[in-house]
Design a binder for this molecule. Structure first.
Ligand SMILES: [Cu+2]
Length: 119
């Protein structure tokens, strides 16, 4: 019994390390056109971490594939921005000229979560 607990504990530690160090480093950077498509599906934004340079042109194109009303809006709190997301459509959101910083974005209930990092 004790060994199972130890294995579970170890698995949890590995998962936490993976989550914070490995998964978190897979940030998506913008293409030359400044377009980044964000898929809204199954409770996650893909990519959920986006990194851009300050002064770079940026348009996030939210592609919503989740019919759940939970996914119908994306909210950028720090930017005071609320955008409706139409189902099965591309919903472009222009975000050029952002000051350096970290901008969280989420659905209304905070189940979908993402972060835009401007360097
Ligand atoms: Cu939600």
């Amino acid at each position: 019994m004790e060994i199972i607990v130890n294995i579970l504990g170890l698995a949890l530690i590995i998962f936490i390390i993976w989550w914070f160090w490995i998964a978190q480093t897979k940030a998506r950077t913008a293409t030359q056109s400044g377009l980044i498509t964000v898929l809204v599906k199954d409770g996650v934004y893909t990519p959920s971490r986006i990194e851009v340079q300050a002064g770079e042109k940026l348009t996030l194109v939210f592609k919503r594939e989740d019919p759940n009303p939970c996914a119908e809006k994306v909210v950028f709190d720090q930017l005071n921005l609320h955008q409706d997301l139409n189902l099965h459509k591309d919903n472009p959101l222009e975000l050029s000229n952002l000051a350096p910083g970290k901008y969280d974005f989420n659905c209304q209930m905070g189940m979908y979560r993402g972060q835009l990092i401007v360097r």
